[in-house]
Design a binder for this molecule. Structure first.
Ligand code: SAM
Length: 338
């Protein structure tokens, strides 16, 4: 954006928090859920959502101009994206992520200067270095985290199912696979494939319930372990996604070193994350995501694809390649030499 970055774009960037809140407030108020029941006039929406007449007209008109709502005559209804992603209960509902964006990330971004001065996270989610142990002590926090993580990875499942030669492999071990949503998507797309999800023991009940609900309990099993300190079960393909961004460079290198012996010689280690790829059009968004990780976690940050390549080579992996998965995410494939 640098060359044509005049006063107009500068002000638009500076004020873009307003657009964000327009959408997030629609979600907070339950507007999209209400409209999922059928089109409604402003008066009805005002009454049902408890809104004051001063702002409701502009609020609905702004959401319409933004393409989130559609107005037909005097009635509003959800636009296609709102109907798909902003209505509770829809399979692609992004409310788990957007709820955390509104409640946790938005206030934390108001303290970016403090984070930059101190290096400390600003989200008040963690007070101990054992961040997942602390998070999982509280049922509500654990459940909110799982839904947020899943909303971020669910849109990647089709590209992950296409982006690797799964036909040539029978089994995959997914590290930090949470309650198994991605693994279930892969075995559904490739019925010959079996998956093992390795994650912390606190997630087993959620994993069991989710696999039962999806009907994949017989093809995706859970392995409770710590991916830093425990021996990992051997597999021809090992995968990890949206996890390395949670840790320091040293922890990432230690984890990668722990993974190498688990990958069968000739097998593959797949890593997917919103990596920083200099020159790519995702670069700005992933640098912003990196600052978000710094606001939200004690040690997390996004990393560069060439840094990851170096850590993989240092651990003993051979051929390393990277491909875009869409959604600003890069898939890195590293082969363990025979
Ligand atoms: C950001 S979530 C990503 C979840 C999943 N890969 C996805 O993208 O939907 C990070 C995952 O790493 C798991 N995790 C964190 N520390 C771990 C550890 N030491 N050993 C195993 N899993 C761990 C968490 O429980 C969580 O499921």
């Amino acid at each position: 954006m640098s060359a044509a970055f005049g006063a107009g774009s500068l002000l638009e960037t500076a004020m873009s928090f307003q657009r964000a809140k327009l959408l997030l407030t629609g979600l907070e108020l339950g507007l999209f859920d209400l409209l999922a029941g059928g089109p409604a006039e402003e008066g009805t929406l005002r009454e049902r959502l408890g809104l004051h007449p001063r702002g409701s007209g502009d609020f609905l008109a702004a959401l319409t101009e933004a393409g989130v709502l559609v107005r037909e005559g005097s009635r509003y209804h959800n636009g296609a994206a709102a109907a798909q992603f902003l209505v509770r209960g829809e399979p692609a509902f992004l409310g788990g992520f957007l709820h955390v964006a509104d409640e946790v990330m938005y206030p934390a971004w108001g303290r970016l200067a403090d984070a930059l001065r101190t290096g400390a996270p600003q989200a008040a989610t963690y007070s101990r270095p054992d961040m997942f142990g602390e998070l999982y002590e509280d049922d509500a926090k654990r459940s909110a985290f799982v839904r947020m993580a899943e909303d971020a990875s669910r849109p990647l499942i089709p590209a992950l199912a296409e982006g690797f030669d799964w036909a040539a492999h029978k089994a995959v071990l997914e590290l930090g696979g949470c309650r198994g949503n991605v693994a279930a998507g892969l075995v559904t797309a490739h019925p010959h494939l079996a998956a093992t999800v390795l994650d912390l023991p606190q997630l087993r009940p959620e994993f069991d319930a989710h696999m039962r609900a999806l009907g994949t309990a017989d093809r995706v099993r859970f392995h409770a372990a710590d991916f830093f300190t425990d021996d990992l079960p051997e597999s021809e393909v090992v995968m990890i996604g949206h996890c390395l961004v949670d840790w320091t460079d040293d922890q990432r290198r230690a984890l990668i070193a722990n993974v190498l012996p688990a990958v069968r010689p000739g097998g593959a280690f797949l890593i997917w994350d919103p990596m920083i790829v200099p020159g790519d059009e995702s670069c700005l968004r992933n640098l912003v995501r990196s600052l978000n990780m710094q606001l939200m976690t004690p040690d997390g940050a996004n990393y560069r694809v060439d840094e990851l390549t170096g850590w993989l080579r240092e651990a003993g992996f051979g051929e390393v390649r990277h491909d875009g998965l869409g959604q600003d995410v890069t898939l890195v494939t590293a082969i363990r030499p025979e």
